[in-house]
Design a protein around this ligand. Structure first.
Ligand code: 9D3
Length: 269
């Protein structure tokens, strides 16, 4: 397990040092969905080292009876099945018995708040959470009322469960951890990161210089770094104004647009 010196709160036995351990406990009926995700790509090291410590729990392992039942029919009728409160609650109790402090309990749900960069940055600086992945038509509301502290959605489209949203959050959090990306600070360049002033990213090109009869914007081959940066800035402004005009307004309100930016935008508006 990797621990890092910021925030709170696990005593190491050394005086005057507080450590933050980031741990996510995932409650899911399909833990096997996470295995490829946790062992591939640039985030792999963060998960395998425990820098972002992920534990998987299956409510079925806490379910009663020979059938290990985790779902039942909805009171009042209707289609589909509902996840029962008791196996989920026993999962929470098992997790809490292993954790010093009671972490937030996040339920991925279509009724939740839509995930965005500012939510990701807050989770990336946190001690982690318990993430509940729903399946079927939903979860017994009494479990939600008793235990869930926050609901998160990926957006207004229907998925089969909360596992992909949980992986989306874990991926976004892991790549913000120190040392995870190849370039020490290339996440500083991401869209929606303050370093890009909330604008969309510019187009990118790599070898060969001519592919399928198509060239590369001349300026990128020029070696003039100032001109390249100016071209990229103007591309970002153009793309953002065309595809996400509300982000231009946000950037303006945040004071992120220079006089030169405004002159350029006025020119093509
Ligand atoms: C017709 C009622 N359906 C709501 C749209 C029921 C329903 C369908 C699918 C309830 C849950 C689900 C499973 N989806 C998730 O668990 C989920 C989800 C999603 O479907 N879309 C976007 N974000 C999320 S976060 C969890």
């Amino acid at each position: 397990m990797w621990i890092w010196p910021q925030g709170a709160l696990l005593s190491t036995g050394k005086p005057n040092i507080e450590w933050l351990v980031m741990r996510f406990d995932i409650v899911t009926l399909f833990p096997e969905m996470f295995s490829a995700f946790l062992t591939a790509g640039i985030t792999r090291r963060a998960f395998e080292s425990g820098q972002v410590d992920v534990k998987l729990l299956n409510p079925r392992d806490f379910a009663a009876g020979n059938y290990r039942r985790v779902d039942d029919r909805p009171f009042g009728g209707g289609p589909g099945m509902i996840m029962m409160a008791e196996p989920l609650t026993l999962c929470l109790q098992a997790i809490r018995a292993q954790r010093a402090k009671s972490p937030p309990v996040v339920l991925f749900s279509p009724v939740g708040r839509q995930l965005n960069h500012s939510m990701v940055t807050r989770w990336a600086q946190s001690e982690g959470a318990i993430l509940i992945c729903g399946r079927y038509e939903g979860i017994d509301q009494r479990f939600i009322d008793a235990h869930v502290t926050e609901q998160i959605s990926l957006g207004d489209f229907v998925l089969s469960g909360g596992e992909i949203p949980a992986m989306a959050l874990l991926d976004a959090v892991a790549r913000l951890q120190p040392g995870v990306l190849n370039t020490a600070d290339s996440h500083q360049q991401d869209s929606f990161n303050p370093a890009l002033d909330g604008l969309l990213d510019c187009p990118h090109y790599t070898r060969p210089e001519v592919w399928s009869g198509l060239g590369v914007p001349e300026v990128l081959l020029s070696g003039h770094h100032e001109q390249i940066e100016s071209w990229r800035r103007r591309q970002r402004l153009t793309l953002t104004a065309a595809l996400r005009p509300e982000l231009i307004d946000q950037a303006r309100r945040a004071g992120n647009l220079s006089v030169a930016d405004e002159a350029f935008l006025a020119g093509f508006a």
